[in-house]
Design a protein around this ligand. Structure first.
Ligand code: SAM
Length: 309
């Protein structure tokens, strides 16, 4: 009763209701919200603080930026969604806010797109060295299976592709990446209603902001070759797995393409089955069957490990 009253009190003010409506459409920074509302930043921040304290919004920091999104867990999350659903579609002020939100999203998308274009050429060159991505994704889907996944973690998510691929079968998904630019691309990619249960966050694969034993399926898709300490990454991934949780690593078999080091900053020229097997065992995982898709010159490998207890 007390938290319901606190939630209703926090939402019972025009600017705060507008903020709630906006944050239901995606993750927005204080600067963006200030631009949309046309009010001073300290004022907007005060309203946001009250909404966070009442549990209607969640707040997270990414480098120098602070983002807000509608709460998706906790007692007040249901209230937040219910209030947003009750908002009239034909309210002039809310409609104007959404038009401004669209403009901001477009601007974000343009910035993300230009970064993506600068790098896309590089990625296409690597893609040409192995089997088509669609084949890799189809094989990974087969290996993961179609059972429902409670909590999904994609490590080094890039554009958020793995989140999209498994979106339909998970309750919630988090993608982590170290690069703010990649996260901006991913965020743009995932700004759809059907992806409300997905989030991307800044995070280092060596020290992830993810609770112990909280993940059912984790993926490292074409990420591990950026690491000089792959065993540490696997230990960190294993830490997050719940009992019965599974880690899938998709990466290259050991190869001789030295130019990938210089031209694409690969730290490792693929991995042997033995190395990954040992790293999984050291991380307390039970290694599963290994699969592969042969390509010229790069063969894509699928390694998996489960946490038994
Ligand atoms: C080749 S991309 C793969 C992206 C995605 N997994 C996919 O397959 O589409 C590798 C990603 O790993 C990220 N990355 C590299 N080092 C990282 C680290 N230490 N922690 C988190 N992400 C990292 C890069 O920023 C990049 O987005």
């Amino acid at each position: 009763m007390e938290s319901l009253l606190a939630g209703l009190r926090a939402a019972g003010e025009p600017t705060r209701l507008r903020l709630l409506a906006l944050c239901a459409h995606g993750e927005l920074s204080v600067t963006e919200l200030t631009q949309i509302l046309g009010q001073s930043q300290p004022r907007v921040s005060r309203h946001l603080k009250l909404l966070v304290e009442a549990g209607l919004l969640t707040r997270f920091r990414e480098g120098s930026l602070v983002f807000y999104r509608i709460a998706d867990s906790g007692e007040s999350a249901h209230l937040a969604r219910t209030l947003v659903d009750l908002l009239p579609d034909d309210d002039n002020e809310l409609s104007r806010d959404l038009v401004r939100l669209d403009r901001i999203r477009q601007k974000r998308a343009e910035i993300a797109e230009s970064y993506f274009q600068e790098n896309a050429g590089q990625w296409n060159k690597i893609r040409a060295l192995h089997v088509p991505e669609a084949d890799v994704e189809a094989r990974l889907r087969e290996l993961v299976g179609s059972a429902r996944i409670g909590s999904f973690l994609d490590i080094g998510t890039g554009t958020g592709r793995m989140l999209e691929l498994f979106a339909g079968q998970m309750d919630r998904g988090v993608g982590l990446d170290l690069s703010g630019e990649m996260l901006a691309v991913a965020r743009t990619q995932l700004e759809k209603d059907e992806y409300r249960h997905l989030q991307v966050r800044k995070g280092d694969m060596y020290n992830m902001p993810i609770d112990d034993q909280s993940v059912d399926v984790a993926t490292l898709h074409l990420v591990l070759h950026y690491s000089l300490e792959p065993a540490s990454v696997i230990i960190e991934a294993a830490r997050t797995l719940a009992p019965g949780g599974r880690l899938f690593i998709v990466d290259f078999a050991a190869h001789q393409e030295e130019r990938l080091r210089a031209e694409h900053k690969h730290q490792r020229l693929g991995f042997s089955d033995r190395e990954i097997h040992q790293a999984m065992v050291s991380a307390g995982l039970e290694p599963g069957p290994v699969d592969s898709l042969s390509g010229d010159p790069l063969t894509v490998k699928f390694w998996q490990g489960s946490r038994l207890h």
